[in-house]
Design a protein around this ligand. Structure first.
Ligand code: DQA
Length: 146
């Protein structure tokens, strides 16, 4: 079965209590449950992880490249400035794997510093602004490409 790592960056463990007016009331546990269900429905073997640690996220991307897993990533604030994450992410598409950047909110409609992604240029595509549904859309885009 096609493996997909769904990786979540800093502060996404705080979903549900963190700015619910922006990110919604669903918790990370809700996100994990829904994403795994959507993966199963799309015939994908999905594993969801979250970390606040940049080096852990980089390590998970290396793992995806080395094991041939596609990646859905919400890099959270790292989206906007982590060149380390970008350099890791670039290896995914170079390896012929799919990389979908996702966001719960629509960063393009928010503060200026959120309007630039250093990950977007090395991603296969981006889904933003649909809350948890951004993850469902990302998984269905991957399933459609296989
Ligand atoms: C986010 C948007 C980022 O700008 C922010 O730093 C996050 C969450 C989103 O999912 O909307 O932590 O990635």
């Amino acid at each position: 079965m096609t493996r997909v790592l769904v990786l979540n960056g800093p502060n996404l463990g705080r979903l549900g209590v963190r700015e619910p007016e922006v990110y919604g009331s669903a918790t990370l546990a809700d996100l994990v449950q829904a994403t795994q269900r959507w993966g199963t429905e799309s015939g994908l073997d999905v594993e969801v992880r979250q970390t606040d640690d940049e080096s852990e996220l980089v390590g998970w991307i290396h793992e995806a490249v080395d094991t041939g897993a596609h990646v859905v990533i919400n890099p959270a604030a790292f989206t906007h400035y982590s060149y380390a994450l970008r350099d890791a992410a670039a290896q995914i598409t170079t390896a012929g794997l799919l990389l979908v950047e996702v966001h719960l909110s629509n960063p393009a409609a928010r503060e200026a510093f959120r309007q630039h992604s250093v990950i977007g240029p090395v991603a296969t595509g981006t889904v933003a602004g649909f809350g948890l549904d951004s993850y469902r859309l990302a998984l269905s885009a991957i399933a459609a490409r296989l």
